[in-house]
Write a protein that binds this ligand. Structure first.
Ligand code: ZN
Length: 269
């Protein structure tokens, strides 16, 4: 009992990325952090997000638990599928994934293919929530609505086994689909506004940081591979906290200055 309390106390003071790592350590940690098993887990995740991230004071969408919400917002982990951190990452709230656009392509299907190839009519599509924000397929001129393939499979499997009563119940479901879509769009707007505001803040931050670096180092830095990679990363993931920017840039400047200092080079030989 004492051990559980100590463990829970420790968890209360961990960052979301550490909690997510704990979940993978063993079954015991996983269970303590599972909201269906431990009633305190919900507060652990909420507290961690509120204390260590900018996504505070926001509760998950209906039907999503705190752990999933926190996992989705952990942008520093990159795309959930390919782990890339340099591409633009988007949260697709309907399937509940944080992904780059490339990884979405094999997981979605467009409304025109569902209608023309699989003969799925509008009535069925009306009970499946489309993936949003919309995804632009390469070489595609027309914008189509896209659906998460697993959602389509689930609905079709359900309809194949449904009797008339079930089908009637689906009409009620259609209303819920509209409400859920509205809710999701609000989360998208929240994310969009947050991203814009952090991107704006970054410009000020970088000009202040750059003002502290001497001109020669700064011009070498603009050509530096690691610096360029870092800039792409922060542009696509503007939610890093400011201390992380500063320490990464200091490391890069120090390396550049050490490399360009002839005395250090001579000593190194
Ligand atoms: Zn990806």
């Amino acid at each position: 009992m004492q051990d559980v309390q100590t463990f829970i106390f420790v968890c209360y003071n961990l960052r979301p990325s550490d909690l997510l790592a704990m979940v993978c350590v063993c079954k015991y940690f996983k269970n303590v952090l599972d909201e269906n098993i431990n009633p305190l887990a919900e507060e652990i995740w909420r507290n961690s997000r509120n204390s260590f991230t900018i996504f505070r004071d926001k509760e998950p969408p209906s039907g999503m638990n705190q752990q999933t919400f926190t996992r989705l917002l952990t942008f520093e982990k990159g795309c959930q599928f390919c782990k890339n951190k340099e591409k633009t990452l988007t949260i697709y709230w309907i399937p509940g994934v944080r992904s780059c656009q490339d990884c979405m392509f094999p997981r979605i299907i467009s409304s025109d293919i569902l209608e023309s190839t699989f003969k799925i009519d509008n009535e069925v599509l009306g009970i499946i929530l489309p993936v949003t924000p919309s995804i632009d397929l390469p070489k595609s001129l027309n914008k189509h609505t896209h659906y998460w393939i697993d959602h389509v499979k689930n609905v079709i499997a359900f309809l194949m086994n449904a009797d008339d009563n079930m089908r009637r119940a689906l009409n009620n479901l259609r209303k819920d689909v509209g409400k859920k879509y509205e809710e999701v769009r609000n989360y998208e707007k929240w994310m969009f506004n947050l991203r814009q505001s952090y991107l704006g803040g970054q410009d000020d931050l970088f000009s202040r940081l750059h003002a502290e670096i001497n001109k020669e180092t700064l011009s070498m830095m603009q050509e530096d591979h690691e610096y360029k990679k870092f800039m792409t990363e922060v542009e696509n993931n503007p939610f890093l906290d400011w201390r992380q920017y500063k320490s990464r840039i200091l490391q890069i400047t120090q390396r550049i200055e050490n490399n360009s200092n002839p005395l250090l080079n001579v000593q190194g030989k």
